[in-house]
Design a protein around this ligand. Sequence first.
Ligand SMILES: C[S@@+](CC[C@H](N)C(=O)[O-])C[C@H]1O[C@@H](n2cnc3c(N)ncnc32)[C@H](O)[C@@H]1O
Length: 415
Amino acid sequence: MSISFNSFIKLGSNRNLSKAELSQILDSLRIEQVKYQDWKDYLLLSLGKNSQKKLVKKLEQTGSIIKFGNLEFKVGTSEKKELNNNLTKIIDGIFLKYLPKRQKQLKLSLNIRTDDDTQRTELSKEIRKIIQNISQEKRFPVKVLPTKKETYELTPFDYNKENLPTRGIELNLFVVKSKIYFGPTRWVTNPFKDIKQDEERPVRFFTHGTSIKLARTLVTLANIPYDGILLDPFCGTGTILIEALKQGMKVIGVDKDQKCVRSSKTNLHHFSEKYPSREKMKAKWRVQLHDSRKLTDAIQKKVDGVVTEPYLGPFLKHLPHFEEAQMTMKSLERLYTRVLALCKSLLKDGARIVFIMPEYNYPLKRSVYPNVKAICEKTGLTTLEESKFFNIKFPVEIGRKHNVVARKLFIFESK
Ligand SMILES: C[S@@+](CC[C@H](N)C(=O)[O-])C[C@H]1O[C@@H](n2cnc3c(N)ncnc32)[C@H](O)[C@@H]1O
């Protein structure tokens, strides 16, 4: 029997990272089982109504998910009349919903996804006809927005630029084998918010800072309860700390560099000032100048999770000689072993450490990286092997192809 999907997720460019993050959110919503199908850069899902609602609320806090929507009906590709009736009913409902808002014009965007160009043209004509008819009947002008040629859908930039969340809606029609799914988009990430937040930060690292989006994903993966304490023992300019504060956590940052501690404090102070309850917000964070190899001299408080992008070795334009790389990785392995062991001693039971490690990749598939097995043996930590849903194996690769230093995301657990 084929499953009927009622929701979809558009994954980010790093699909594994996106799936790992989504898996963690679904797990935190206490969902036991998820029926899903991979389809192009989407995941089609079957979720209860309640879970859908809770998921939409959580998506604003994610870093790697692009879009969420509902799939309201499914018909066979040959059931033309059925398709027409269903489309008319739903599009009519949309016009009715937007009419009372008395906007000048309803904005619609069509995301028609099929591998067959002729079918796309036909479906597009069909929907546009229905839209025009209803628009004339209701005397409510409509504008169907043009989409990008290569993707046939609005980018998150265009979606937000056109103000679709308030001025209209995106309609999705997916042809999956011999079935057509149809439904509206409910949420799309807003890249303008991140750009604004990034530009407004008083201090930024251009070469070795963590991106806001990645920081958000790392915080999700740590699964720290609301009001729990997050520790970043290599906090730099405080990107991870700010994302955790936004999610209601308390945070502790440590860095051995005076300039970094000052930068973190400036950024966190600036962030807190934006809140009406700024004094309460200021009481939720602490940044300390300290070498994390002696972490427990500065921090004794138990924490609910550690999230960090540590020092990944020197900033490189080219990979070093293989032997030099081996030495660098050995010294990083010593640093990580020490700091991870101290972090473990501060962790509450069952809490996680989300940690990034570097890897240098050489020709002939030779690579150099810290020995994680040895780290686990020395610290007594274990690594999470796989995500609860979607079969994502850890570590997950992050970063881009052109980066000299590859990065891998590990989740350590203390059992
Ligand atoms: C990759 S950066 C962290 C980036 C940070 N997440 C951000 O977005 O700004 C690594 C940081 O680790 C700090 N660091 C290096 N060795 C350290 C040590 N032994 N103890 C504490 N901090 C250390 C560096 O000063 C640097 O700020």
